[in-house]
Design a protein around this ligand. Sequence first.
Ligand code: AMP
Ligand code: MG
Length: 472
Amino acid sequence: MNILNRYGQLDPRLFHRQTPSPLPHPQPGHFNEALAAFLNLPTTLHQHWVALCAGSELPDGFDPLAMAYAGHQFGQWAGQLGDGRGLLLTQLIANDGEVWDLHLKGAGVTPYSRGGDGRAVLRSVIREYLAGHALNALGVASSHALGFVYSTQLPVQRETLEPAATLLRVADSHIRLGHFEWINRFAPDLLQPFTDAVIQWHYPDLTDSPTRYLEFAREVIRRTAYTIAQWQLVGFAHGVMNTDNLSITGSTLDFGPYGFMERFQPDWINNHSDHQGRYSYQNQPAIAHWNLWVWLGQLLRLGVEKEALQQALAEFEPLFLGYYQEGMAQKMGLAPTQEHFQLGMEFLAILQHEQLDYTNSFRLLAGDWASLMDDCSDRERFKQFSERYRQALNDSENEHHAQIHTANPVYVLRNAMAQHAIERAYQGDLTEVARLFELLSNPYETQPDNERPADRLPPAQGDSGVAVSCSS
Ligand code: AMP
Ligand code: MG
């Protein structure tokens, strides 16, 4: 294990050192062996993973701390937030030579808890565990986790009393856009050294450039545009895109009442508390742009020209569209031309009008078009689309089929799948979590021996899509 606790070397105003409050009587939830191997955890830690995830066994060299950050929540300045229930346990150099954060979520109260209980419930921990794993396997940059444990001896109050759980999260960074907001408001003298550290850690190619702050801004914008495009393409809705939930590396972080698109509905709101639909699926690119605008304002103090930052932000939309169009062409099995993109948009319009399943329908482009047409009420429209599509595919259909199969998953984490696994876990049976973990490890491959019919089944027609409680 190669420990490099670099965050704790920053100015102590940026964090609070403390040890986890262990989860009493922890029960094993699930452990990601492959990730543990990737992180080079010693075998003794593999064997003690339950104690590690419960926060009761702290390996030598770990340096647990709660980070301070701030943020805009639902468009409003929310002031100081910070790790109210999580601790950065350590930072490790993994097999890829990169530094990875180990962060224990649900580790008890900290100075940033703001009256909260410092805990997380089993329901939301299972959801985060499976979705982080699913996104990684789908090829979308995201946090994931080494494992989780739970305790029936520590009921915590949400809408009802629920078992508490801890999740040992792994991410390339836990630095959020909101870190810069906190520094500007509460410790502005730290802005320059902090930004230099972030550039050195996460954008090392820019370290020696005299215009590094502007280049850093442009790169954060580019990476964010890329990740959001990947979300739209796999049908992922984050649910709570507050500035404190967006990572400085562009990787997916802190997804709360997230969801994967089922019957295609662009204005789908998956967060039960999001009454205005601010964080609906189709708003995600615009919200990312808004968050980046807030963040860029924090860099003015570094002497970067306002006009230069505005120009950098103006790049967001063309970057996003470029990535999205390229990905959409791949999903269609076509080359990324404007004409092919229009074809993709027509396919989406049909899915929306017919309320067809997003994941299954794209996969069927390499399969049975007749069954897609059978599900359409406006068959003439589908026929016209399929004729244009056939022309675009022209001769080498097999090649296109292979491309479609690599760009469109068979399995995503549908809400009913997660819900079923949670219900079983609440009865003490974690086998369904383990089954989904396996299934979602290879989302592009059909797994007849491991699938259940519900894994490929959208909710009934007319079901307006599930909104998930944001309590966690
Ligand atoms: P989230 O909605 O999970 O991104 O959290 C937003 C903020 O609330 C962060 O500062 C969290 O640390 C804090 N928070 C959320 N739930 C709790 C809790 N149960 N106890 C203490 N702080 C919490
Ligand atoms: Mg958060």
